[in-house]
Design a protein around this ligand. Sequence first.
Ligand code: KG4
Ligand code: ZN
Length: 346
Amino acid sequence: MQKSDFCILTLETTCDETAAAIVTDDLRVLGSVVASQEDLHRRFGGVVPELASRAHVERILPVIAETIQKANIKLCDLDAIAVATTPGLAGSLLVGLMAAKTLAFTLNIPLVSVDHLQAHIYACRMAAEKNVFPCVGLVVSGGHTSLYDCRAATEFELLGSTIDDAAGEAFDKVASMLSLPYPGGPSIQKAAEAGNPEAYAFPRAFLRDPERLDFSFSGLKTAVRYQLTGPGGADFSTLTIPAQKVADIAASFQAAVVDCVVAKSILGLAKTGYERLCVGGGVAANAVLREALAREAKKGNWELITAPLALCTDNAIMGAIAVEKMREGVVESLLLDIRPGLVRQK
Ligand code: KG4
Ligand code: ZN
């Protein structure tokens, strides 16, 4: 590392990945580590919050140590500590925050708070290696499906969001109905490769409503359920679903999600007048969604920036947004607290 580098350790423990990265003030990544808890939660078919926080406690120090080692620096070379404090699982967020406060206090360096959703969009800034603001920001993850008017890296206004389930949550639940492995998104994408996306006409909420920038995936989830069990609602574990039906349902479900996400993103661009869409979050890794957005971008002559796969799911590189906050002079005291829930910004 050059001596003049200002470097920040960023921590990410909002959900079920324990992640740390070291980034410089000119947005170079010196080291990054993500410890996934997928194996831990797989047999429950979803994230178990208490298990997640305990796993963060076990992993946070080794993850930080490995990141420091990868970056080839010493703890005392750090100039600031950043940590994602909102939104997320309370127990998980607390582990990251306590680690960050301890380091900031003992090293006597500034503490920076990161908004996890803004960070998901900032992953696009990191990938693009150029300024991407202003833009419409789309966060499609396991916990969130929201569109933002991103005037600047840290200045977001909510344009619309899901009124019930997040897209990723729907992927995970539908995968579990189809007895596909957790996490559901990649499993559905894989199963859908052998399926017909037009086999089932699943609902697409608000698709033709030009006034609403919101999403809803709970009806879609129920439609898949009824397709499998009939209105009575049998126990999924007793169902034997033919492989072709699994593939067709997966493909039709995926197509319905993609149609809604693409349509509302285009509407967001029309409403704001921006010509750039930045997409982040775990579901942004979906190949069919990426292709559909790329097709529309070409057709509509707007710029599409999707985070690369490794930066779609939770990671700490996207916490480089802390560099922007430091530039703005926004640092925190040791009284900094977590905000697990979403504060609606509209
Ligand atoms: O951003 P993320 O790692 O965590 C949250 O902040 O929620 O997103 C995880 C979500 C999971 O629901 C997972 O099923 C979904 O992203 N996901 C995908 C794909 N890869 C991950 N969904 C659809 N297609 C994928 N290829
Ligand atoms: Zn996330």
